[in-house]
Design a protein around this ligand. Structure first.
Ligand code: ZN
Length: 156
């Protein structure tokens, strides 16, 4: 019984008999030997066994997917693993946020210059030199502009 059916990828690699209730069999089918080989190389079969034992059956497939992803990342980047990918992407996000903030600040500067060029009816002589007066009519722009300046200052 069970002798003719092919063992799962784990048991095949570990050269052992694949029991009917083999914990690896549902997640490491024989047609995808690389999937187990890579997690075995990074985490070790007995550790994977222990981790799966501690989980509920409905959580195991997700755990295996995560282990496979992390193992692949660890092979690509032995020092940082998937943390390397995460920090690379976070870096890209903050660079793009910076570029966006600068572009928005430039847009606001141009808008402020345009407001300055056109005559303003409620012109206040006391605040003649303060830039706030030019964008007083558009409080949203002022708040947005100040927030952008804050972002730019924080990222320097
Ligand atoms: Zn097996």
């Amino acid at each position: 019984m069970g002798v003719t059916s092919s063992p799962c990828a784990s048991c095949k690699l570990l050269r052992r008999r694949c029991a009917k209730d083999c914990i690896f069999a549902p997640y490491f089918p024989p047609h995808d030997p690389h999937k187990f080989a890579i997690v075995h190389k990074v985490f070790g079969a007995s550790n994977i066994n222990k981790m799966l034992q501690e989980l509920q059956i409905q959580q195991r497939a997700d755990a295996v997917n995560s282990l496979v992803y992390e193992a692949n990342a660890r092979i690509r980047d032995p020092v940082y693993g998937c943390v390397g990918a995460i920090s690379y992407l976070q870096n890209q996000i903050s660079q793009l946020e910076m570029q966006l903030a600068v572009a928005q600040a430039e847009i606001l500067c141009i808008q402020m210059q345009n407001n300055q060029d056109s005559p303003s009816p409620n012109y206040d002589n006391n605040n003649y030199n303060l830039p706030e007066i030019q964008i007083d009519n558009d409080n949203n722009n002022l708040q947005q502009y100040l927030r952008l300046l804050e972002i730019i200052n924080n990222s320097n």
